[in-house]
Design a protein around this ligand. Structure first.
Ligand SMILES: Nc1nc2c(ncn2[C@@H]2O[C@H](COP(=O)(O)OP(=O)(O)O)[C@@H](O)[C@H]2O)c(=O)[nH]1
Ligand SMILES: [Mg+2]
Length: 211
């Protein structure tokens, strides 16, 4: 096996009720400042991951981001959706402060299926472009209560979106450093194993075994 640079994978999930802007946030993050047509965003059938390579303070991470793809309507995310999650983005609509209430349930479900010691959480007040004046502090209060980060975003204008993902990644690197190191160790062990097996790679190279 030839040497390839190891890049740890960080599984992130988006949580929150319908229409708060989860898919739009993901699209904005993936496409950057380019135009996105928020009106063409549709729910797909079943959650699908999106991968994005990021560089956080000189360290590369492969973000494996899972959207709910409409399943949140029935609160029907499965245990496997949560498996291995290191970062969770709890989204509500800043223009509809009542939408912060269901996040309690999403957070409970998150804690039921993940390790609270290693999962990092950010509470996101999205659609800030639709709020005139100060953002009601309900999201910030909720975040403080559950010990999460708090960020304000607009998927429409892009305000705060990449910053939110960056800060979540930094938090993951702090809270889940052991898991990321374990990934690296597993990778190195696998590379070493394959090097041993490869014909011509070191001592046991005599057999060949080629047909
Ligand atoms: N004004 C504004 N609209 C948004 C924003 N984010 C999403 N939307 C709109 O809100 C609706 C729901 O967004 P969507 O991403 O599908 O929500 P989801 O159900 O949580 O995935 C769509 O019509 C989007 O165009 C935002 O930051 N600002
Ligand atoms: Mg969606």
């Amino acid at each position: 096996m030839s040497y390839t640079e190891f890049i740890p994978t960080v599984k992130i999930i988006l949580l929150g009720d319908m229409s708060v802007g989860k898919t739009a946030l993901l699209q904005r993050f993936i496409r950057g400042s380019g135009d996105i047509d928020l009106h063409t965003i549709r729910s797909t059938t079943g959650p699908t991951p999106t991968n994005k390579l990021v560089n956080i303070r000189g360290r590369k991470l492969n973000l494996n981001i899972w959207d709910t793809a409409g399943m949140e309507r029935f609160q029907s995310l499965t245990r496997s959706h949560y498996r291995g999650v290191l970062g969770a983005i709890l989204v509500y609509d800043a223009a509809d402060p009542g939408s912060v209430v269901p996040m309690e349930r999403w957070h409970e479900e998150l804690l039921e299926f993940t390790n609270r010691l290693t999962v990092s959480v950010v509470v996101v007040a999205n659609k800030v472009d639709q709020v005139d004046g100060a953002i009601p502090p309900v999201g910030q209060e909720f975040a403080r209560r559950i010990g999460a980060l708090y960020k304000e975003t607009s998927a429409l204008t892009g305000q705060g979106v990449s910053e939110m993902f960056n800060e979540l990644c930094l938090e993951v690197m702090r809270n889940a450093s052991n898991i990321l190191e374990q990934q690296r160790a597993n990778h190195q062990a696998e590379v070493a194993l394959h090097e041993d097996e490869e014909p011509g790679a070191g001592a046991g190279a005599g057999g060949g075994g080629c047909c």
